[in-house]
Design a binder for this molecule. Structure first.
Ligand SMILES: *Cc1c(COP(=O)(O)O)cnc(C)c1O
Length: 361
């Protein structure tokens, strides 16, 4: 029997819809507010001229600096190709396809399901409550066979933190059964809310971090898994031999220097100031129904006539992220906080939109 290339592929891969990243969705414009990036590039120079050699698997300086920044020991830190790789390494190390499941709470980050589907793992979803806190009762009822529970806090795209008390309750429910993974991609915008300092109390807690958001290095592809040493040792078995290239490790170490951290904290402050201005202005727009509170560098906004707003701004080169398809997020768009000028562009574009007849009140 002769098979076409398509038939040769795994069934779950044939059925897979790839992650609709902001970059894949395209668009053309000069106001990019759809990927929660930092709006301005920070220049770096390479200090290592050793590209003939393979890099260290876990570059020592990067690990040490991140451990110190996170208040942990170096053996509690793994660095990888973005937090996205961390999401997948955990599945590969802990889940048996066909037997084990992962669980997460929509509306939330899209890669948990995409990674599970790629690997061929069952995933269960327990929708968040109306206030976007987790539904502990329902999670408890769904835990059979679950090895990994992904919590995103602050949550993308809703912007809220998951209650610390609920995370503790979940950790107690999962003890001896499953790992609880706190995805803290945006924690620099609310550092007091990190659960990284709980690692000593919970052997099954894992925290995901990244340089892509507050550190302004989405193009670098560098992330971190924080966990107790036994978890890190298992992940080291499945990680690629050279996950970070030499230039990546070089820039990451600079970003994590004292000067780099100070610069990151200044950027966070600016973004928060811009966020406050954008919230105020959006709340006065007739197109806006609700601006949700945010602990992050983006806002979730429920619009009147959201697809009209989305398309009109898109056509003007202002690219936002449509969240309509997520459960509970009808008419919601996500707006990354850009520069002051970019925030002003959004506000001015909204103010200039022509009234439409079927505007829902
Ligand atoms: C952006 C993001 C990531 C991915 O981070 P990378 O380090 O760029 O792979 C992971 N989780 C959440 C919630 C994110 O928003």
């Amino acid at each position: 029997m002769s098979l076409g290339i398509e038939q040769l592929a795994r069934a779950n891969v044939r059925a897979l819809t790839p992650y609709q990243s902001a970059r894949r969705l395209g668009g053309s414009g000069d106001v990019w507010l759809n990927a929660n990036e930092y709006p301005i590039a920070i220049p770096y120079e390479l200090t290592q001229q050793t590209l003939n050699r393979y890099p260290e698997c876990q570059p020592e300086q990067v690990i040490e600096r991140y451990a110190s920044y996170a208040g942990l020991q170096p053996d509690q830190v793994l660095t990888c190709r973005g937090a996205d790789e961390g999401i997948e390494l955990l599945m590969r190390a802990f889940c048996e396809p066909g037997e084990d499941a992962v669980l997460f709470c929509p509306p939330t980050y899209g890669m948990y399901s995409v990674s599970a589907e790629t690997i061929g793992l069952e995933y269960r979803t327990v929708q968040a409550r109306e206030n976007w806190q987790i539904n502990l009762e329902e999670i408890g009822a769904q835990l059979g066979g679950v090895k990994l529970i992904y919590l995103c806090s602050p949550n993308n795209p809703t912007g809220n933190l998951i209650s610390a008390g609920d995370i503790r309750t979940l950790l107690e429910m999962a003890r001896g059964k499953a790992l609880v993974i706190a995805d803290e991609a945006y924690i620099e915008f609310c550092p007091q809310a990190s659960v990284a300092s709980w690692l000593g109390e919970y052997p099954h807690l894992v925290v995901l971090r990244t340089l892509s958001k507050a550190f302004a290095l989405a193009g670098l592809r560098c992330g971190f898994v924080l966990a107790n040493a036994p978890v890190i040792t298992l992940l080291m078995k499945v990680i690629a031999p050279y996950p970070l290239s030499t230039p990546v490790a070089d820039v990451a170490a600079q970003a994590l220097s004292e000067q780099g951290l100070a610069e990151m904290r200044r950027h966070v402050k600016t973004i928060k100031e811009n966020r406050a201005l954008l919230i105020d202005a959006l709340r006065q727009s007739r197109w806006v129904e609700t601006v949700y509170e945010s602990e992050t560098n983006y806002l979730l906004v429920r619009f009147r006539a959201s697809s009209f707003v989305f398309k009109s701004l898109w056509n003007q080169g202002i690219i936002l992220r449509d969240q309509n398809k997520q459960p509970g997020l009808a008419d919601c768009l996500r707006i990354s906080i850009g520069t002051r000028a970019e925030c002003d562009h959004v506000i001015n574009a909204l103010a200039a939109l022509p009234a439409i007849d079927n505007l829902r009140e």
